[in-house]
Design a binder for this molecule. Structure first.
Ligand code: ARG
Length: 285
């Protein structure tokens, strides 16, 4: 047992002892505290950290039929929290404004497939990375597009303010009216299906998931090595190094004890370590 959870255990034990005492007093008024032993203030209830997530981003975060927020990010953070001995609660938060909510203290952290970027690092802090990602192009099956540069003169859908938006803005130019911005990635992909845009650029995991689950959309995907590698991190208010340390400790813990790999395999197949460890044809000769 870590010292943290030991302390928590003692806190809980003290709490339930207090509860027993109260129960013993029945419904009668609590007797005046004996002056010799002043009643210690009940320990403050454990802080529940509020986690913002834009739950329209399967398989990372989405809402199931019951309205519960589920997904890879959610399972990872739950495991991190358990490992770090903290409590978390998830609140669906639109992507636009998600970082404002963090800055204003309405959310303690953002777990939403957030790419760690230098620009974002100016205004927020991040946990250690927990997932590798890259942009991927979605197009219709009959499209002639074969690379990112082909999109230069075409209509491209993105989710506003994402790294996909950034990449496309760079290629098409800030003033381009061919960039169609949507409040969610699924909305951009629906627009692709209906022919309103020629392509969508978004995170590979989400595009692959969407294409696989919407065979009627007749999509295909195109990768391009021009897209820079990205990594997801948990975003925190700038300067919140206490929470950052807890999260990093939890992340390291679930990577070390195998629970990260289990969650990864559940959503994406073979765990990343196993994939990396598998001998490549070149290495085995
Ligand atoms: N990884 C991209 C970014 O950080 C997109 C994340 C969007 N996440 C979401 N849940 N909508 O810009």
């Amino acid at each position: 047992m870590t010292s943290l959870s030991t302390r928590r255990f003692i806190q809980l034990a003290a709490l339930s002892a207090a509860g027993l005492l109260l129960a013993a007093c029945g419904k009668k008024e609590a007797p005046p505290a004996p002056s010799a032993a002043p009643v210690a203030a009940a320990p403050a209830p454990a802080k529940v950290y509020v986690v913002g997530t834009d739950a329209a981003y399967a398989p990372f975060e989405s809402q199931n039929e019951k309205g519960e927020i589920v997904g890879f990010d959610i399972d990872v953070l739950k495991a991190v929290a358990a490992n770090a001995g903290i409590e978390v609660k998830f609140v669906n938060t639109p992507w636009e404004g998600i970082f404002n909510a963090l800055g204003q203290g309405d959310r303690d952290m953002i777990v939403s497939a957030v790419t760690i970027t230098d620009e974002r690092k100016q205004t927020m802090d991040f946990s250690d990375p927990y997932f590798d990602a890259q942009q991927l192009i979605a197009i219709k099956e009959n499209s002639k597009i074969t690379k990112f540069a082909d999109l230069k003169k075409l209509k491209v859908g993105v989710q506003t303010g994402t790294t996909g938006d950034e990449a496309v803005t760079k290629l098409l130019g800030k003033a381009s009216t061919n960039i169609k911005r949507f409040e969610s990635t699924p909305l951009a992909l629906k627009e692709l299906e209906s022919g309103g845009v020629d392509a969508v650029v978004a995170d590979n995991g989400v595009v692959i998931h969407y294409v696989a689950n919407n065979p009627g959309g007749k999509f295909k995907t195109v990768s391009d090595k021009d897209f820079v590698p990205e990594q997801y991190g948990i975003a925190l208010k700038k300067g919140n190094s206490e929470l950052q340390a807890k999260l990093n400790k939890g992340l390291a813990g679930i990577k070390a004890d195998g629970s990260y790999d289990k969650i990864y395999a559940q959503y994406f197949g073979a765990p990343p370590a196993a994939a990396a460890a598998a001998p490549s044809p070149a290495a085995s000769k």
